[in-house]
Design a binder for this molecule. Structure first.
Ligand code: G6P
Length: 612
């Protein structure tokens, strides 16, 4: 996690660093800092958000044309002023900002202590700063760049780093392994960042660093080598990035704005792909490789968090309509559990950010084993998008709220289109059903608009349950993953313990939790499981649990049976997740706001998890 920025050129560095850090705050927000050069090195850092750093720096000298900055998600050492980055080496020669984890930091630290080094912080990053200084001091002829290379050959773990050297004030050294880093190329200036967003407004020419590459960056020049000092050729990529507005519009929070954007973002996901007038689905990114996908014997979908929930919905729809075996795996399990994969498997990595470390590592493993690897990502040009054989962008636009909302519905929309296309190409679906489902998909944005009109009603329900300690979410079939996602939303942002369960499993454990204090949120629209889920509702009511039911509009039966209902329009069961999740997002949002929680930046979480 953590966000890194850097600037070297003719402009004042500080405003570029601060704005860059605001773009990267989704990666972590427990402390922030900058180091700047003109004649002297200035380091300002403290616990808290980027806005707190901005307040601190208002009273300071922030002049200088070279600088690095950092927004932190703590791994080693609690969030504090001392543990904030930049970390400065013992004699003040090197300042380092770091994203990642140095796994052998304890051993390196012991060795450095034996060599007379002292430490102020608990961070692995200070170890790296001192290690670089140690090598730099070995010989007068050793340059800062060489010292960084030497240090990185000793390091086990992941890093994206930017380094300033107090004795070579005309350069920034950057390097990566595992944690993303991109360099923007300008005229007489260069930019560094963890993703391209902070850079996009200045230049469209970027170089994505690869693992174990070290860049020595000056105002007018840029040299790339690997950590063993072998030169590496530059591959310049043209950015085609919409600069996201860090603007909440008329909404109180980004999360609410993003929930309300969903009718529009799902339309964007469908644009040019879903063509109901011709009963056609076109997935341009997969066009060339579709024959190979048709021949696949199995599909494995990997992801984390909300993306994993989208994958589960993908499994249901792919198996039902394309009739291909599908497995869904947590990327963090898949990467370590020696999975059996073959060239006949297609692996799909799903990730909003395209940077999640576990998903990226799982993708590398699948590639090594010869599987074809596809990506479903939101962030254009992200590591996963670049490293997959082919893929489909979700086009949901930049998502700022840490709890994913619009990216989820966009992922589900892509998976549904993919499943229907595959079903059609494999001739597993009859024309009428295919046409019906394409039309059902096309009607989703309008139906989502109708659901969002219930916002005030959801808020009233939230008032009733805001002080709950636990909550249980139930669903069946396509709506079981939606129950999981609803529970995840609530716990992420309100800190209420919530569990999602397959409704049929309730009797095997969770029913023991039911009493008159437990809200049980049941996703119960009219579908093939309706009678079964009504029975589950009766079972909860018999034990005095409080039901909040998501029902199909006009379902008077369930309305009579339950005190709190939220209606959603009638739909085909296979597309119902795209509707049923919206009231659950709103419920979690309102409960969290009523509890006074920071919904956009919940405690301990980060939007992009670039450590394992
Ligand atoms: C973090 C975020 C979640 C997200 C998960 C996977 O935990 O807080 O919202 O679902 O990472 O992220 P990805 O970018 O791979 O979808």
């Amino acid at each position: 996690m953590c966000g890194i920025v850097g600037y070297i050129g003719y402009r004042e560095a500080y405003p570029i660093l601060i704005n860059g850090l605001k773009h990267l705050e989704y990666r972590g927000y427990d402390s922030a800092g900058v180091a700047l050069f003109n004649d002297t090195l200035k380091v300002y850092k403290q616990k808290g958000k980027v806005s707190d750093l901005e307040q601190l720096a208002k009273l300071k000298d922030t002049s200088g044309n070279i600088g690095i900055g950092h927004t932190r998600w703590a791994t080693h050492g609690e969030p504090s002023d001392i543990n904030a980055h930049p970390q400065v080496s013992m004699n003040g020669i090197f300042s380092v900002v770091h994203n990642g984890i140095i796994e052998n930091y304890a051993k390196l630290k012991d060795d450095l202590i034996e060599n007379g080094f002292t430490f102020n912080s608990e961070t692995d990053t200070e170890v790296l700063a001192n290690l670089i200084e140690y090598f730099y001091n070995q010989d007068e002829k050793i340059s800062a760049e060489t010292a960084v290379q030497f240090a990185l050959t000793k390091v086990i773990g992941a890093y994206g780093i930017a380094v300033l050297c107090n004795r070579e004030k005309d350069k920034i050294i950057a390097a990566r392994k595992g944690s993303p880093l991109v360099i923007g190329l300008g005229n007489g200036e260069h930019f560094i960042a963890s993703d391209a967003m902070p850079i996009a407004e200045f230049t469209s020419k970027v170089v994505y660093l690869n693992d174990e590459e070290v860049a020595s960056i000056q105002r007018d020049s840029f040299k790339l080598s690997n950590i063993h000092n072998m030169p590496v050729p530059l591959t310049v990529t043209n950015l085609n990035l919409e600069i996201g507005k860090l603007d909440k519009g008329d909404f109180e929070h980004f999360m609410l704005k993003e929930i309300f954007e969903q009718p529009k973002t799902v339309e964007e996901t469908f644009r040019g792909r879903l063509k109901p007038e011709y009963s056609e689905i076109v997935l341009g990114g997969l066009m060339n490789i579709f024959p190979k996908i048709i021949d696949a014997e199995r599909i494995v979908i990997i992801g984390c968090g909300t993306s994993w929930h989208a994958a589960l919905i993908g499994e249901y729809i792919l198996e039902e309509y394309a009739q291909i075996p599908v497995e869904v795996e947590y990327a963090s399990e898949f990467r370590y559990r020696k999975p059996v994969l073959s060239k006949k498997d297609v692996v799909i990595a799903i990730s909003q950010s395209g940077e999640t470390a576990d998903t990226l590592a799982a993708l590398h493993l699948a590639k090594q084993k010869g599987a074809m690897v596809l990506g479903i990502c939101n962030v254009v040009g992200s590591s996963i998008a670049r490293e997959t054989d082919a893929g489909v962008y979700t086009h949901a636009g930049i998502e700022i709220g840490v709890a994913s909302t619009k990216a989820f519905t966009a992922q589900v929309a892509v998976l549904t289109m993919f499943a229907l296309k595959l079903a059609r190409e494999k001739q597993k679906i009859d024309d009428n059903e295919y046409r019906e489902l394409v039309n059902e998909l096309a009607s989703i944005p309008e139906k989502e608009r109708l659901i969002l009109q219930n916002n005030d009603a959801v808020k009233q329900i939230a008032e009733k349950y805001k002080d709950s300690i636990n909550a249980l979410y139930l669903g069946r079939g396509y709506l079981f993953p939606v129950a999981l996602e609803g529970a995840l939303k609530l716990k992420e942002i309100s800190y209420i313990h919530a569990e999602g369960y397959a409704a049929g499993e309730m009797k095997h454990g969770p029913i023991a939790l039911v009493d008159n204090n437990l809200p049980v949120i049941v996703v119960a629209p009219h579908d093939g499981y309706y009678e079964k889920i009504v029975s589950n509702i009766q079972e909860v009511k018999a034990r005095k649990g409080n039901i909040i039911a998501i029902i199909t509009e006009g379902d008077t039966g369930l309305k009579k049976m339950t005190s709190d209902c939220i209606e959603i329009p009638r739909s085909h069961p296979a597309v119902a997740p795209l509707l049923a999740v919206l009231p659950l997002q709103l419920l979690a949002y309102h409960i969290a706001v009523l509890r006074g929680c920071n919904v956009d930046q919940p405690r301990n979480l980060a939007k992009s998890v670039t450590v394992e």
